[in-house]
Ligand binder design. Sequence first.
Ligand code: UD1
Ligand code: CA
Length: 458
Amino acid sequence: MESLASIVLAAGKGTRMKSGLIKVLHPVVGTPMIFWPVEAAREAGSDTIVLVIGHQASAVQSVFRGATDIRCAMQEEQLGTGHAVACALKELAGFHGTLLVLCGDTPLLRSKTLKSMLAFHQGNRAAITVLTAVMDDPYGYGRVVRDDSGRVIRIVEQKDADDEEQEIREINSGIYCMDSEFIFNNIKGIGNDNAQGEYYLTDLLAIAVRKGLACLALPTADADEIMGVNDRVQLAAAGSILRRRINREHMLNGVTIIDPEATCIDRGVTIGADTTIHPGGLIGGGTVIGAGCLIEGGVSISGCRIGDDCHIKAGSVLEDSELGEDVTIGPMAHLRPGTTLGDKVKIGNFVETKKIVMGKGSKASHLTYLGDAEIGSDVNIGCGTITCNYDGVNKHRTVIGDDVFIGSDVQLVAPVSVGRNSLVAAGTTVTIDVPPDSLAISRVPQTNKEGWRLKKRQ
Ligand code: UD1
Ligand code: CA
């Protein structure tokens, strides 16, 4: 197979986004926009990808930190797409094969489309092939000019097009395949004598035609795919198309999504069959959800591993936590990072957890804070219990053994431990370790002053 490298253009600021953040870093379904076309290039078989960066260069680089297939080429001044590619070619010196050129602002592009474009380009031994689309409203895009016999002769930009050319509805997607020899030999032939005074990459088509080389245009069936995101209206439109694709995939894999239009599942989420997801929530990337789970409405889950048959009730927030099987959470519970729950654990309404391990079958059913704690199995944590883990300077641990019963409204002043099979009476403030099999109780003895209210009134 011929070797394949890609160039992804991402140096521009994206002025129409009206943002402090450059366009290609705006998230689309939880992932920076530029990640999507880069991933499509990878899936199409590209071993090397050169990103052309300029504005906020280090932020763009950090998206791909650690990726061995990514190189960056700095374009200090954005003198046009042709100039951007010239900058990238310096990183590709000596490369022989096919070069794919993409824009960083096309998150909907699929590898399938790139693969068929590559096959078309290589099959026809073309010097350059451009992916095009026929649009009802082509305004703003470069137009593909063909001769009477339908052969491509050049691309003209919106700002340079005459009245007749503006009528053309076949547009340039900004996605190209090029023969390496052709591009290395002709990149310097691009000038900047045009309405914007920029070096237009699109001039390469006219150059190929002039030299009698094969210059082809391949219209794509799905115009959505090549949509370039320029403003926040298009950002939202791209997000909803990508979400629809992701949700469809899950549904075809056996997940019930009650209202796909109102369900946000990021890229890179795994969900088992027969899990049901109610609308209004957000499931963030990296999450794994088992089979047969029920995720109620308005639930936010990120970075979690959730076992089979779990029930996450409405309004709960789960972050970087791990749940065994048959675990029940919420409604309105908050699992903060570092929560590890065994099988059949129950975390009820208005319970907050952080950095805890809770063993099989343990329960904290209502209004509780559990932080920096190690809790055994079959433990009952009563309503209103608080682990007092923070003394204002340091965090301390609470350790609770198996089969412990903590009554309601108990404060555990850490560091402290409660031995296995002990009972802590309601209202107790635990400040000293409790040995196993004991009762801990700290209460001011109650006195009843009979008739006190009547005397007061006199
Ligand atoms: C470009 C094409 C146009 C096509 C459209 C498709 C040219 C001259 N025009 O126009 O025919 O219909 O894309 O969306 O190529 N960039 C750089 N450095 C630069 C200039 C641009 O890296 O000096 C990057 C931008 O960050 C962006 C991409 O190239 O990711 C496209 O640039 P943009 O200014 O959006 O081009 P368009 O005017 O949309
Ligand atoms: Ca654009």
